[in-house]
Design a protein around this ligand. Sequence first.
Ligand code: ATP
Ligand code: MG
Length: 290
Amino acid sequence: MKTGKLAKPYRIDDGKHFRLKDFDPADTGPWRSKEHAAEKLHNDIARLEELQDKLYAQEQWALLLIFQAMDAAGKDGTIKHVMSGVNPQGCQVFSFKEPSSTELLHDFLWRTTLHLPERGRIGIFNRSYYEEVLVVRVHSDLLDNEKLPPKLVTHDIWNERFEDIHNFERHMALNGTVIRKFFLHLSKKEQKRRFLARLDEPEKNWKFSASDVRERDCWDVYQKAYEEMIRATATKHAPWYVIPADHKWFTHLAVAAVVVETLEELDLSYPKVDAQKKKELAAARKELEK
Ligand code: ATP
Ligand code: MG
């Protein structure tokens, strides 16, 4: 199956009619099992390595991959698997947790802006400025921490943030940063299963956090926030992918396919060597062979 075809059903680049309930977290497309998909994943990871090398050498485009999800949806594992072949020099991962006191003294796009990828690099955001229309929206006391002038905090604040994000991403895209956003779509049932595994298996205990279980109580409010976020911020220049996350192997397969497809579309090539450079190379050879 061609890479482009695999990811297409999950791509949202116009959010107008988007509804989360049209997407099944347990979907695996035409793939029956991990074993069935293994070769395709292996090939995509190898292809990604080649493409990244050209991206780096060319130093024109940057690629920003954004991951958002409920707890235990597999963000970390997906990043680890999909990027396993790439040269660490050309790739940076940033995780955004609760903002620090310094970060809270700035506008909500400041801290992530500091970590945007340079040309030639792949930047991965494990959580991002999208938390500002997710966790901050679900728990409005977090908004109070942001010290905004009260006059600026109106009922329109979420729509204003959507619009600001939209404009920011457009600006980045027009300046050569290609943005792809992934919502790892997990079912409530599978989350419970994974939380229980974290309790049952000693080597997974460290992953368990009691606050994750409290967040689970807000499941429906979060799902609604995700839906509205995707509706408002899915665009051609920065599409969302709603990736089924109940089967980890499929999540890895689909995300890898999107990244490969995105880089293929850029038509990357190694920088051409001009006449002057060729002369230099010939001179260097002479020097070495002396
Ligand atoms: P893991 O999957 O390993 O649990 P995680 O991404 O969930 O990783 P945690 O340290 O468990 O990391 O959680 C980070 C927390 O920070 C999340 O609850 C997230 O909602 C919160 N957070 C991130 N950005 C913001 C923000 N801008 N304002 C408030 N809270 C935020
Ligand atoms: Mg967590």
